[in-house]
Design a protein around this ligand. Sequence first.
Ligand SMILES: C[S@@+](CC[C@H](N)C(=O)[O-])C[C@H]1O[C@@H](n2cnc3c(N)ncnc32)[C@H](O)[C@@H]1O
Length: 479
Amino acid sequence: MERIRQQIDSIVRFLEPNMGFINCHMVDYLTEQHWKQYVPKAIRGELETCEDYLQAKEVFWGQFNQTQSYHKHLPGVTEFITAASRYRLGGSEVQDTALSLEQFKEALTSCRKETRLKMTELMNVKKCHEVEIAAAVVASLCTAMASSLTEGTLEDVVVIDAGDGKGYLSSRIALEHGIKVLGIDCNEENTSNAEKRRDRLKKKIPKAVKKSQLEEDEHFRKLDSLYKTTTQLIDFDSNLIELASAHFPGGHRSTFCLCGLHTCGNLGPNCLRLFHQNPTIKGICNVGCCYHLMQEEFIVDEFYNPTKVSDNPGYGFPMSSYLRARRFALGRNARNLAAESIERACANRENPSDKLGHRALLQVIFVECGEKRSHQVGRLKSDGFVDYVRKSVRRLGLAERVTITDESLLELEARFQVELEQLKVFYLIRQQFAPVVETLILLDRLLYLRESGYERSFLVKLFEPVVSPRCYSLIAMKY
Ligand SMILES: C[S@@+](CC[C@H](N)C(=O)[O-])C[C@H]1O[C@@H](n2cnc3c(N)ncnc32)[C@H](O)[C@@H]1O
């Protein structure tokens, strides 16, 4: 626990002087001179022309490429990337806290389950990757839980999938590992889609078993009785024993494994709290997502939307008493950033969207027109800057106030050409903080579990980040 606290301290020390940078709005990039205000001097000194910006982007995109020799004339950029990478899971300041999937499997020894069924149907590549790995991990966890029950077997364990969605993970746990799963989702349409998918999946089983060169196993044919769904809101009053008995009659159902794949916003933290509060939940495997939807305890969200968090009330960050005692706050943009993936952005050489620049330029126009209020344009399909401005002002009801001609707009865009390229590099510089913020969120969750007395709680890197960016899972057992 002490080591996790030290790692949190070290990340907080790194983040704190940069919180303004991390939380700044790209909208104000030009009007508030973000480049000058936030970018370290060493980087500003070496990046001045469009050519420099293009080279800097290459350095950012190549950061995971072992064979890349960093551009020697951009030492400031290189040093910045190296410094930030120390504070990610696996970096020199946060070493040995997250387990690799292999390490976790080794620790499970005799309880270890593997995916044998080749069944890629009805899932995209990302989901398939996640499901194959997570189903085996949850099954291993259930096996470990069952082995610790006096006179209990895997038959007595029920998996609850919190936020089941279309039932990708839950149906595979039931189908491949013969474990009872109750998929719970608060959205009726999701439950109905999960049931339709289950029916389609059943038809695909014989072919998949054959393709995987497996013996016809009894539970491959029992998907209906092993995988059940229900539309419910999971909260602290959910009576899992009653729910499980209603869906799986017969037998005493009192040992649960709570799993959740991409439990968005506060649902992830609430699942961890549920694990702690409910003695019948003996194991948990939780992968979070959508950190921007979490509510924070120590900062008021300027774009707070109560309808978005009503399903999962409470605070998602911080969870540990250590960070709560410090009243630590991230801020909305920091949480937005944490949901980005630099691994994927680099693998795909993702160029930040032109729309960021268009919005920043529109802000220049607003300021010139004396428009003081801050406006949220939102997502918009547009063809070039002029079209973007026309559509935005129409959407905001400002067409009468913003009367600038097309010609002047094009002139403005040309005048800021260099700054618009610079803005893209700024975006990539700020993106370096993304995994650092996510690391802090994950360490806080792990520390919460350790503080709550669960020695056997782990952070495990389940997925390949380029395929599935939210790749870390919190896994814990109660014995
Ligand atoms: C990001 S989706 C993930 C779906 C699925 N697990 C997957 O990986 O494809 C999150 C799901 O959680 C559901 N959800 C959110 N809060 C919930 C709650 N408190 N109880 C039950 N379901 C919830 C949403 O309706 C949504 O289907």
